[in-house]
Design a protein around this ligand. Structure first.
Ligand code: E4P
Length: 216
């Protein structure tokens, strides 16, 4: 499973890349707004230049024609940009046209197996089931993710599944076990993933034991 960062914070992305574990980024209007930068194009371009892998940037408009127009603009911003389109009937129409033009789409706000199948059939390069938001409404988000991974694999659909709306490290473990191609994780979750109290205790003990010898 690959790891993407679910953030628009460039410092966080650079740190993730330096650690050698982050190979892409997903953003959304909420995440971008958190950075307080109203220049969507400038921020998106900066993010795209901070990581070599795919960067998902969402359309900010509704309606087929408006989404198409904005998606093409977003596509022109960087070589590694992927356009995020919502999982709606209009979104499918847009996805189908964009994929024929060679523009990669991440079908976002995906909550059901049917939405994922349709997104894949329309030509989305990625579908993003929102695990945490499904959990929030008392539905098993990981179970839904598993179904999506299994069914797309069963029918040899090439769309990659991005486990999205990840809230904690156990979501990452479960996403990996479910066979998700990618988990897109917030920065704090990425840092939690590497933490283990026994590693911290082990380092202290090794250093303390070594110091006992050197102080003799
Ligand atoms: C994914 O692409 C979305 O940006 C993100 O994972 C949404 O997560 P949230 O439910 O925590 O807002």
């Amino acid at each position: 499973m690959r790891i993407f960062l679910d953030t628009a914070n460039v410092e966080q992305i650079r740190h993730g890349v330096r650690m050698g574990v982050v190979s892409g980024v997903t953003t959304n209007p909420t995440i971008n707004a958190k950075e307080g930068n109203a220049d969507y194009e400038a921020l998106s371009k900066e993010i795209c230049s901070s990581v070599s892998g795919p960067v998902s940037v969402e359309v900010l408009v509704e309606g087929v024609e408006s989404m198409l127009r904005q998606a093409r603009q977003i596509h022109s911003w960087a070589k590694n940009v992927v356009v995020k389109i919502p999982a709606t009937a209009e979104g499918l129409e847009v996805t189908s046209l964009l994929s024929k033009e060679g523009i990669k789409v991440n079908m976002t706000l995906c909550f059901s197996l049917n939405q994922a199948i349709l997104g894949a059939l329309a030509g989305a390069a990625y579908v993003s089931p929102f695990v945490g938001r499904l959990d929030d409404i008392g539905t098993d988000g990981i179970q839904r993710l598993k179904e999506i991974v299994e069914v797309l694999k069963c029918y040899q659909l090439r769309t990659e599944v991005i486990a999205a709306s990840i809230r904690h490290p156990m979501h990452c473990v479960a996403a990996a076990m479910a066979g998700a191609h990618i988990a897109t994780v917030p920065y704090n979750v990425l840092l939690q993933m590497i933490q283990h109290p026994m590693t911290t205790a082990g380092i202290s003990r090794f250093l303390a034991d070594w110091q006992k010898v050197t102080k003799k």
